[in-house]
Structure formats: C-alpha cells, structure tokens
Design a protein around this ligand. Structure first.
Ligand code: BES
Ligand code: MN
Ligand code: ZN
Length: 500
C-alpha cells in the first residue's frame, strides 16, 4: 500500500473513497464535511438530523457520491466524543473503515487528518495513528493459501490536509507510522508461520535478513558454542528436538560508546509441545506462537535501525523447539545454567524460563545497563489478564514505569504485577538452587521471579505476552492471529530512553 500526504481540498480529491469524520454530538458540520454535504445536496446533514449519523465511535456511514464529487464514495466515520478522543481510537476507527472499504474492492482511499488538533493531539500523532491503523488493520496472512482472495488490496492511502503548515508534521508521523507498523507486521508474519516454516534456523534467516536490510550486526551461536559457554538450561530444553538450537544476537550502535544501554531478550520456542510434560492436544497448535517474544525483539531491531536513536541496543534471542523424545529433558533432572545456578526440573513445560535464564546470563556477561525480556511465559498470565493486557514485572520501578508509558503511547495495554519476596518461597528446591515451577498459585509471578533470579541487580523488566501475542477474533487494528505485541512498545521505549 502506497501512503502519502498531500495538501488540498478533500472534497475535490479523486479516489474510490474519501473518509471524513464527525464527533458525537457535534453542533455543526466541519469545513470539509460541510463542503461535501453541499455537493451531495445536503444528504449528510439530513442523515444527521434523522439520527442515522450520530458520530459514535466506530460508526461508518457509506454514501455513494453518484458523480456529484470526484470521489466515488464518501464515508462519514464517527470519532466519538471530541473530549474523549485518543490516538488509539483513531487507529481503531481507521482500521475498521479501511477493512469495510476493502471488502467493497476499494483500491484508493483518501482521508482527512482525523481529529487532529482535538483533545491536544498533534498532526504528527494523528498521521502516525492513521498509518498504523490502516497497515495493521488491513494485514492478512495468506502465504499458504493458493486460491485468490475474494477482495483486492487497498493500493493507495492519501491523507489530504487543507493547511500547508501542517504537512511537515503529517509527513513525519507518516514515516514513523510506516516504520512501526512495518516492524509489527514483520513480527506477525513470523508468529503466524507454523513451526515447520519457523524453526530456530528459520529465525536465524529472519534475523539475518533484518540485519542485512537495515545494517545491524548479527551473530549466531551454535550448539557447540552454547556448550562452551555452559548454557545448560537452554541446552536441556533443546536436547529433545532434532532441530538444532540457535542463539541469536543482534546489535545496534546508535552512539559512540562501548556500553550496551539496553538488552532486549525474546523467548523463541518455535514449538512448545510441553516436552515430556506433554500438553493436552486441544489447541496445542497455538504453541507455534511460543516464539512471539523473539519475533517481537527481531522486529523491534528492524524499526530501531530505521529510526536511528542515539542509544546502543543488543537483542538476544534464544531459539529452540520443546519436544518429547528419547533424548528429551525429564522431570526431576537437574540442569546448570550459564552463570552456575542449578535448576531442578519439575515440569519440562516450564521451558521458557530456562532458556531465558541463559539469555539473561549472556546479556549480563556482556555488560548491559538494562534488560527487558519478552516471553509467552505462562498460561497463568492469560488467566489473570486475558488477551487484552500484557503482564509487567520488574525489579526497577523507574524502568517499569518507562515500559508502561511506552505501551500507553503504542496503545498496547500493560499492567504491573507484584513480585514480592514472599512468592520466592514457592520456587525453592530441596535438591538444587531453584526449581522451575512454583505450583499453581500466582503462576505468572513465580515464573517472573525465576527469570528475575538471572537478572541479578541489573535493572530488569519482564513482559508476559502469553495472552496478548495472538487473538482468535479480530479486534480493532489487531486481526485474528498474531498481534505483533509488544513491538511498538519496545520501539517507543528505546527511542524515549535515547532521548534522555
Ligand atoms: N508457552 C507456555 C505458556 C503459554 C500458555 C503461552 C498459553 C501462551 C498461551 C509455557 O511454556 C508453559 O507451558 N507454561 C506452563 C508453566 C507451568 C508448567 C508451570 C503453563 O503456563 O502452564
Ligand atoms: Mn511450556
Ligand atoms: Zn512455552
């Protein structure tokens, strides 16, 4: 989809459809809407008077222009109450309208800068929200479908703005939106692939492509190197699979110093069967998405390399399958992590925290000022927060706050969970330093505390995305399947840390 900003009068713009907006309870039609209303012989004002158009959030009224305008169709999109407008509502509205128009085979869409200026929202922010809403909302994953889709694709989206002085801001927002949404759909594509198309080796290919395309350093540790480094926890998980494990490192250097300002760690279990502690077969296929953390981190690096913030970032992605087999890890086995802690295995299905243990060990060995890890870690987090909210855990309140703020800006909902010391009791082992599950109670918290053991005193935040990485029903600008959460949060976080 080609996206552009242009100066002009949208009522005179030629497109398959133009989108104009109305706030709920608006007393009169805005400039553009009034001009279009006149051209359409007052049909819009009549529909408003009749109560058909109310301006409610998400309301779409499609009107055929019947040659009275250069455009074939007009959509009046409701933005809800003006005082309650947010950039995230704009993302959702644009996604819904664009999908409705795509279903009608619309190829070119023009829109006003929806709601810009209202509620203190800038033109730049609005352009970014429009672009993200359109790209993310129109996303489809059809790589393995050989038959033609029922509808075409939207080819052109144009933001039409009357006032020349707003154009630079709109263009800036457009560019940011394209980078952020582009990275998000890169993550979605990886997560939507089934595990036979997204093995650890395939993840290496994806990371290498990002490194190549955007100029990042990439390094991949093979099993032998992991052995040399003593990554016993990761290797324990990998030993049941025929796919070789891969330990992927990406580096972005945005400022002239050796220090690593932040390390992003992403869990990449390319399929989680549970191992010997086998999962029930119903919905096991969802576990193709157990590499969502790794995918998000790789995609985030792609965006960072394009936005070029002045900060040094390392990404660490431990990648392996978790399968049962003659050589697989077994309950009661004891593993030794890279930094020497011994781990009693209670359940081979609590594998994410094991690979994270060695990934955090690696990050700390290389010296990093902060760590943020992203993982589809626990079913307990899904029980607690559903598919709406990502669980946030951390040992450093300032960093926790920065992550949550970055999430709010992205429209990716986050909520902090407690990690009080009392919960550590549940992770105590009588035969090793720690055990890999802490029982049913507070399962997301004890998992986070396990990971936190390997963060030591490095400022650290853990994001449990087990509920938010995939959805089974389209919701605003997230379509059924992979969501690409929390790519935009991570990018915002890194950019904001660089600004400090
Ligand atoms: N990958 C799963 C967590 C998960 C569950 C992700 C549902 C997405 C949706 C993780 O490896 C796992 O199996 N966790 C176990 C831990 C338990 C054995 C302590 C769980 O949550 O059941
Ligand atoms: Mn598991
Ligand atoms: Zn898992």
């Amino acid at each position: 989809m080609e996206i552009a900003v242009t100066v002009g009068d949208i009522s005179q713009f030629e497109a398959d459809a133009i989108i104009v907006t109305l706030f709920e309870g608006a007393e009169y039609l805005s400039g553009e809407l009034a001009a279009i209303d006149v051209a359409l012989d007052g049909s819009i004002s009549r529909l408003v008077t009749q109560g058909e158009i109310k301006g409610k959030l998400g309301e779409n009224t499609l009107i055929y222009a019947l040659a009275k305008l250069p455009a074939a169709r007009v959509v009046v999109a409701g933005l809800g109450k003006e005082t309650e407008l947010t950039q995230d509502k704009v993302r959702g509205v644009v996604a819904g309208t664009c999908r409705m128009l795509r279903d009608k085979n619309v190829k070119s869409i023009a829109t006003v800068a929806q709601g810009a200026g209202a509620n203190g929202i800038t033109y730049e922010t609005i352009a970014q929200a429009i672009v993200e809403g359109a790209i993310l909302g129109l996303y489809t994953f059809r790589r393995h479908i050989t038959k033609e889709p029922e509808h075409g694709e939207v080819e052109q989206l144009t933001i039409v703005e009357a006032d020349q002085s707003n154009i630079t801001a709109l263009e800036e927002g457009l560019r940011k939106g394209e980078v952020l949404a582009g990275a998000t759909i890169l993550a979605r594509d990886m997560v939507n692939e089934p595990s036979n198309y997204m093995t650890p080796t395939d993840m290496v290919r994806e990371a290498s492509k990002v490194a190549e395309d955007y100029g990042l350093a990439v390094e991949v540790l093979e099993k032998e190197q992991m052995e040399e480094l003593g990554m016993g926890a990761l290797l324990g998980v990998a030993q049941g699979s025929h796919q070789p494990p891969k330990f992927i490192i990406l580096r972005y250097k945005g400022r002239d110093a050796e220090e690593i300002d932040i390390t992003l760690v992403g869990k990449a279990i390319t399929f989680d069967s549970g191992g010997i502690s086998l999962k029930p077969s119903a919905n096991m296929g969802d576990m193709k998405g157990d590499m969502s953390g790794g995918a998000a981190v790789i995609a985030t690096m792609a965006a960072i390399a394009q936005l070029k913030p002045a900060i040094n970032v390392m990404a660490v992605i431990p990648a392996t399958e978790n399968l049962p087999g003659g050589n697989a890890l077994k309950p009661a086995d004891i593993l030794t992590s890279m930094e020497g802690k011994t781990i009693e295995i209670i359940s081979t299905d609590a594998e994410g925290r094991l690979i994270l243990a060695d990934a955090l060990g690696y990050a700390r060995k290389h010296g990093t000022k902060r760590i943020v890890d992203v993982a589809t870690l626990t079913g307990a987090c899904v029980v607690a927060l559903g598919t709406v909210t990502t669980g946030v855990f951390g040992n450093h309140q300032e960093l926790v706050g920065q992550v949550i703020a970055a999430g709010a800006e992205a429209g990716e909902k986050m909520w902090q969970m407690p990690i009080f010391d009392e919960y550590k009791e549940q992770n105590k082992s009588t035969v090793a330093d720690i055990k890999n599950t802490g029982g049913r109670n507070a399962g997301a918290i004890t998992a986070a505390l396990f990971v936190g053991e390997f963060a030591g005193d490095t400022p650290w935040v853990h994001l449990d995305i087990a509920g938010t990485n995939m959805i089974d029903k389209t919701r605003k600008y997230e379509v059924k399947g992979a969501t690409g959460v929390p790519v935009r949060t991570l990018v915002n976080l890194v950019v904001s840390l660089a600004g400090k």
